[in-house]
Design a protein around this ligand. Structure first.
Ligand SMILES: [Zn+2]
Length: 293
């Protein structure tokens, strides 16, 4: 049977034009839906306290995938941990920060500098006395990273995330000191109403000065792996955290965390989370609520 179509058929160039318009509109429609989907996604900040044994290593990833590592722990284990967080193709970290030059904080950073392209390296500018510190300095150069000396009162702004520098209280730039813990960077990561206080190994003498500042935070990375030399009563009262994370190795020779610090944390009703007991400890923050990952 023959089929007849009444009316005048559009000529071919006109038909192509109409199809072209339809295709453009269709693509535009898809782009709009992708944008709507992205806006409706919760914009989450991820903070992971790695279980890397006796030492600190804290990974932060912003919703736009800016990656930050604060301290690297005592060994290359941190590279393994980063491999779990980053896609295989991602071989770069935007910012690493060394709170102070002790082995249990910078040895892992040396391995990170060997394995990843690192944009910025935040330090106090202190001169370390150890072989590890020399290696750290060499690897910053080899990596081609830019070293930034962080000072009290500065803020690192990455989108909605602000990392405020509260200590060291004085400049350690170019200095060699025996008590490196005093030189520790103390940082507060603020994301909307969520906040994390990262204290390195800062001792009570530093805490005493910090209680005059706005250090209140939802999560406290307990100073010096739970040593009795940190976490004074007045400091814990001022920070007033919901969670206290202790980055500590199993059966460590220092006896960290100290029983008296655990008792103090309990006294103030702070939930204690230890990497030696729980492994990696992750939080997701949406600027309002804090979710345990
Ligand atoms: Zn330490």
């Amino acid at each position: 049977m023959k089929i007849f179509i009444a009316g005048k058929m559009p000529d071919i160039p006109k038909l192509r034009f109409i199809i072209g318009i339809i295709v453009i509109l269709f693509c535009f429609n898809i782009l709009v839906w992708i944008a709507v989907f992205q806006v409706s996604q919760p914009r989450l900040l991820k903070v992971v306290f790695f279980d890397i044994g006796q030492g600190d290593a804290i990974f932060i990833e912003t919703p736009r995938k800016t990656q930050i590592l604060i301290d690297g722990g005592p060994s290359g284990k941190v590279v393994e941990k980063l491999g779990q967080e980053l896609p295989f193709s991602d071989r770069s970290i935007d910012l690493i920060i060394a709170t102070h030059p002790d082995k249990d904080h910078i040895s892992g950073l040396v391995e990170v500098l060997k394995s990843y392209q690192v944009g910025l390296v935040g330090t106090t500018g202190i001169k370390g006395l150890s072989g590890e510190f020399n290696e750290f300095t060499t690897e910053i150069e080899n990596n081609g990273s830019t070293e930034v000396i962080l000072k009290k009162g500065q803020k690192i702004i990455i989108g909605q995330l602000a990392i405020e520098v509260f200590a060291p209280l004085e400049s350690f730039e170019g200095r060699e000191v025996n008590d490196t813990n005093v030189s520790s960077l103390v940082l507060k990561a603020v994301y909307g109403n969520n906040s994390f206080l990262l204290t390195g190994d800062a001792p009570q003498s530093v805490e005493k000065k910090l209680v005059q500042e706005d250090i209140s935070s939802q999560v406290l990375k307990v100073g010096h792996h739970g040593s009795a030399s940190s976490s004074s009563d007045s400091f814990l009262q001022k920070v007033n955290p919901e969670f206290a994370v202790i980055q500590v190795g199993q059966n460590n020779s220092y006896g960290h965390p100290a029983e008296e610090v655990l008792e103090r944390l309990e006294k103030y009703g702070i939930m204690v989370m230890r990497t030696d007991q729980l492994g990696d400890i992750s939080f997701l923050a949406d600027g309002q609520r804090l979710l345990k990952d």
